[in-house]
Design a protein around this ligand. Structure first.
Ligand code: HPA
Length: 276
């Protein structure tokens, strides 16, 4: 395993490469989930940098993820969007998954806005709905803070009493209300995947208190909280995971539902940025 110094050097080299291309200072990092890359089209773009150009950046393996950093303005705010993210099921280490986030923080990003596609466990949720994440359960059996702690990034034992910033949750609720967009609020449970869950697993997760289940987001949120960043998380419900009426689900169905819900998510995120 790399030492704290090795990781620091890699982040610095990646940051320096990006700095050699642009002096744009993003305040917000957007991580766009599966099938949710369209938001990037709304960015008044300054520069785009492909992941494969940047030293030490992991490269996306999933076709539904593009693999580039887009710097520019959105809702009047300086943002950098990760179009394409890294999942644990692809075989990346937790350190690789959060590497771009840590680099973005070093470039100035103080707030993480993260989106994902997920399965709905709460019986009131429907495919194509969106949900604001107000808490999470980590079922990944791993996390990016395991290993030597880099005290320059954050504390050894970070607090997790409010991983999703209450002020941002409230702002997003108000934006959705003003725009007349129905948005749920609830708990995201992260699993490794890549398989979908069994009926027994969905029943179990619902009983544990989760409203949705997905294969991402929690590693990035943990690393963001560790670094003292504010976090806003939005989930798009792409399939209904009700154990007593469970239907088989295909990637095309997930992507179609994501496309259906995406405009709502985009409007909420832009609305929040405009208000901040
Ligand atoms: N389970 C886990 N991850 C998912 C699901 C699901 O049902 N749907 C979309 N991502």
């Amino acid at each position: 395993m790399d030492t704290v110094q090795e990781f620091r050097r890699k982040r610095e080299e990646a940051g320096a490469y990006i700095r050699s291309k642009t002096d744009f200072k993003p305040e917000y990092l957007l991580i766009l989930g599966t099938g949710l890359g369209q938001l990037a089209e709304e960015i008044d773009e300054v520069i785009t940098i492909n992941y494969d150009e940047i030293p030490h950046f992991p490269v996306s393996t999933v076709e539904s993820h593009a693999g580039k950093l887009i710097f520019g303005e959105l809702g009047g705010k300086p943002v950098v969007a990760m179009q394409g993210r890294f999942h644990y099921y692809e075989g990346y280490t937790m350190q690789q998954i959060v590497f771009p986030l840590r680099v973005a923080k070093s470039l100035g990003a103080q707030t993480l806005i993260v989106s994902n596609a997920c399965g709905g466990l709460n019986p009131n949720f429907r495919r194509g709905d969106i949900m604001l994440i107000n808490d999470h359960i980590n079922f990944l059996a791993d996390n990016p803070l395991i290993g030597p702690n880099d005290d320059e990034l954050g504390p050894r034992f970070p607090d997790m009493s409010e991983p999703y910033t209450a002020r941002l949750v409230e702002t997003a609720e108000n934006v959705a209300l003003e725009l007349g967009i129905k948005m749920h609020e609830g708990v995201y449970l992260a699993v490794s995947g890549p398989m979908m869950e069994t009926k027994a697993e969905y029943r179990y997760m619902r009983n544990l208190g989760a409203d949705v289940v997905g294969m991402s987001t929690v590693p990035e949120v943990i690393a963001a909280v560790h670094m003292g960043m504010d976090v806003l998380g939005i989930s798009v419900i792409t399939d209904e995971c009700f154990p007593d009426s469970l239907m088989p689900v295909e990637l095309e169905d997930v992507l179609a539902a994501a496309a259906m819900a995406e405009p709502k998510m985009t409007q909420v995120i832009i609305g929040v940025l405009e208000k901040l």
